[in-house]
Design a protein around this ligand. Structure first.
Ligand code: SF4
Length: 246
């Protein structure tokens, strides 16, 4: 899989941004995250080797993981990105956003009912943001939809918004002062997904993780491995429709 960061930097936008890893990393290096700049990898998807092959391999490409693809500051640059995405039909471009309400203003004129090679992850951190963003997300013409509950800072009921969603991800917050994540919230999300035949992934625990009424303080390096150990991921059966018919 590839990573493509056409620009970097972002502005905090909602509660889930409190301990944004980009802001934290930049602060350590004395970089101003609010300064949005194009990177020298802007044209990475269409760069070619001497033999004419694309440098970026086919398959999954993570887009804008140092920013938000729908950030307003990047509006003048995005159409060139769509041109590259249109060209690389051999890649699946995945971006996550907290700004899903901007989606219709950011897509190219030939978007139609979505492109096969674009996966959009709508990020929600609590019930309020889930209700705000997923009401919009559920109406959008997107072929591949994911919901990312990370950092999950409250219980979230997604059940009204799972139609057409392929994957739900749950993850806790990582920071010394992180807000706690309750394992019960994760299990509840998983049950919602199973009922609606949506894949579910428990991607990482939170630094402050509450299970069976006990609080655990976990190290950053263990957050993902501890989540994996729970063994609760669920793979949807793509042959079964939500109404239970094949
Ligand atoms: S939207 Fe994402 S990248 Fe931007 S500040 Fe918030 S968490 Fe960080």
């Amino acid at each position: 899989m590839a990573r493509w960061d056409p620009w970097r930097g972002c502005h905090r936008y909602s509660e889930g941004c409190k301990f944004c890893y980009i802001h934290k990393g930049d602060a350590k290096r004395g970089v101003d995250t609010n300064c949005i700049t194009k990177t020298d990898k802007f044209y990475a998807p269409i760069e070619r080797k001497k033999n004419g092959e694309y440098k970026m391999k086919s398959g999954l490409a993570y887009v804008c993981f140092s920013s938000d693809f729908l950030l307003e500051d990047a509006d003048p640059w995005r159409s060139e990105c769509w041109d590259m995405i249109r060209e690389r039909t051999d890649c699946q471009f995945l971006f996550l956003t907290k700004r899903i309400e901007r989606f219709m203003d950011c897509i190219p004129s030939d978007w139609g009912d979505g492109w096969d090679n674009v996966i959009v992850g709508c990020t929600v951190e609590n019930q309020r943001r889930a209700d705000e963003r997923l009401r919009v997300f559920s109406q959008l013409p997107i072929k591949h939809k994911n919901i990312i509950c990370q950092p999950m800072i409250s219980a979230i009921d997604l059940e009204n918004y799972l139609d057409g969603v392929e994957l739900v991800v749950a993850g806790g917050e990582s920071d010394r002062y992180a807000r706690p994540m309750h394992y019960d919230w994760v299990l509840s999300l998983r049950e919602q997904c199973i009922r609606q035949n949506v894949s579910f992934e428990f991607r990482q625990c939170g630094t402050h993780f509450i299970k069976d009424g006990r609080e655990y303080k976990l190290q950053t390096k263990d957050l993902c491995s501890q989540a994996r150990k729970s063994g609760i991921n669920y793979q949807r059966n793509s042959e079964v429709r939500i109404d239970g018919n094949k």
